[in-house]
Design a protein around this ligand. Structure first.
Ligand SMILES: C[S@@+](CC[C@H](N)C(=O)[O-])C[C@H]1O[C@@H](n2cnc3c(N)ncnc32)[C@H](O)[C@@H]1O
Ligand code: SF4
Length: 407
């Protein structure tokens, strides 16, 4: 889910950044749609809840930002790999506004606008056949549906506005509209959830025949209501042993349905791994537009990252006045680049070859991070293959602990 309008997730760049055949930058485009009907109690994304949503003005602001980024950056001569319309709730926007955004990008990109993957994040409630058809016609070819759970108790706990029937209806409508690539987001590890209820969720999910599933362990993000409830002792997440069993149950159940784990939280049928996310995990360049969106421009050493203002009113006012919408920027050091390279590679099940690290950074991984890999192997977080560094099952479960060792 690289939803790039979340504080903790940054798109990045390779030390040797991905380049298109002609030497121009290969990049992905992230478009943030911040509007939501209500804030879910676990969510810390950049969102906007207002009675009168200024949708048209926001989209005009997005187009203004896109044009000015095009005029100033290397994007105009780059190769666009993928587009991701994330949120917030992109499905809340009038479908013609989605088409307007993609038409503008198409116009700016000219012949170079041929992204293989255009994803739209949708909430299951209230999806209509006509909206789905309009998205398809606009060029959207991948639907990421926020199912989260099929269990009414868990959906209520998560503050969701949909029921299991809405998820089933949404997938059926999406298939009817011609979507051949449907991904389901699931959340697990709710208080009180046991293995049997997780298995029911997984069974319901695979029965819908998704090409891709993202299964996220519920994170209690500071600033959210669930985090406050937890601090006040009002809720208790499942204990670690049960979470480990859930992690394994997910991998096994989805594998039986033909969806292989390819990243800590992501599973896909062969050929349906998200190209947008893969580019992010390989630290490819990314242009993010909209409130709170993060961008990254790769360079041979380090690279530059910047992020936008989070308030939609300020964003709209600045973009429409042709003023900068950036709130901050940072230049990466070589050290930052190496650390990010390692922990993003480790997110993938294949990890990285030690030779690949040597080629990218001209040093052995053990020289740059003395003793770290040996300690991770000793703790069972990384496998003991001398040629390849990859997380074990235990390492994937405790991935944050493994990543922190590189800091
Ligand atoms: C950008 S978010 C939400 C997109 C859409 N509005 C929705 O709610 O379905 C993408 C995904 O992140 C996951 N997510 C968000 N916050 C989370 C949290 N605190 N813990 C675990 N997963 C989370 C959810 O599965 C969600 O579908
Ligand atoms: S609908 Fe999605 S983006 Fe909006 S608050 Fe809920 S989880 Fe966050």
């Amino acid at each position: 889910m690289p939803g790039f309008a979340r504080g903790s997730m940054f798109p990045g760049t390779l030390t040797a950044p991905p380049r298109a055949a002609g030497g121009s930058v290969e990049f992905s485009l992230y478009v943030h749609i911040p509007f939501c009907a209500a804030r879910c109690p676990y969510c810390d994304f950049t969102i906007t809840i207002v009675r009168e949503r200024p949708e048209a003005a926001y989209v005009d602001a997005l187009l203004a930002e896109l044009r000015s980024r095009w005029a100033e950056g290397p994007w105009a001569v780059g190769t666009l790999r993928s587009v991701y319309l994330g949120g917030g709730t992109p499905s809340i926007l009038a479908p013609e506004l989605i088409a307007k955004i993609l038409d503008e990008a198409r116009g700016l990109g000219g012949g170079a606008f041929q992204p293989a993957e255009i994803t739209l994040e949708a909430n299951p409630e209230g999806l209509s056949a006509s909206a789905l058809s309009e998205w398809r016609e606009a060029g959207v070819n991948r639907l990421s549906l926020g199912a989260q759970s099929f269990d009414a108790r868990h959906l209520e706990f998560l503050g969701r506005g949909h029921r299991a029937e809405d998820i089933r209806a949404a997938v059926a409508l999406a298939r009817g509209a011609g979507f051949e690539n449907v991904s389901l987001d699931l959340i697990f590890g709710m208080p009180g959830q046991d293995l049997a209820s997780l298995q029911t969720d997984l069974g319901e999910a695979v029965a819908l025949g998704p090409q891709h599933v993202s299964a996220y362990n519920l994170t209690l993000e500071p600033g959210t209501r669930l985090h406050r409830d937890w601090k006040q002792g009002k809720l208790e997440p499942p204990e670690e042993g049960l979470q480990a069993e859930m992690f394994e149950a997910i991998e096994n159940r989805l594998a039986r349905a033909g969806l292989a784990r390819y990243e800590i939280s992501n599973f896909a049928c062969p050929g349906f791994e998200s190209s947008h996310n893969r580019h992010y995990w390989r630290r490819g360049s990314s242009l993010g537009i909209g409130t709170g969106a993060h961008s990254f421009l790769a360079s041979a050493r380090g690279g530059r990252r910047w992020w936008n203002v989070r308030d939609h009113r300020r964003y709209i006012a600045r973009a429409l006045a042709d003023e900068p919408v950036e709130e901050g920027a940072e230049d990466l050091t070589d050290d930052d680049a190496r650390r990010e390279w390692v922990f993003l590679r480790l997110r993938g099940v294949e990890g990285f070859a030690v030779e690949e690290f040597r080629r990218a950074f001209k040093h052995d991984v053990d020289e740059v991070f003395p003793g770290v890999i040996a300690a991770l192997i000793a703790d069972g977080l990384v496998g003991d293959d001398p040629e390849r560094v990859a997380l074990t099952r235990r390492g994937r479960l405790l991935s944050n602990e493994a990543f922190m060792r590189f800091f």
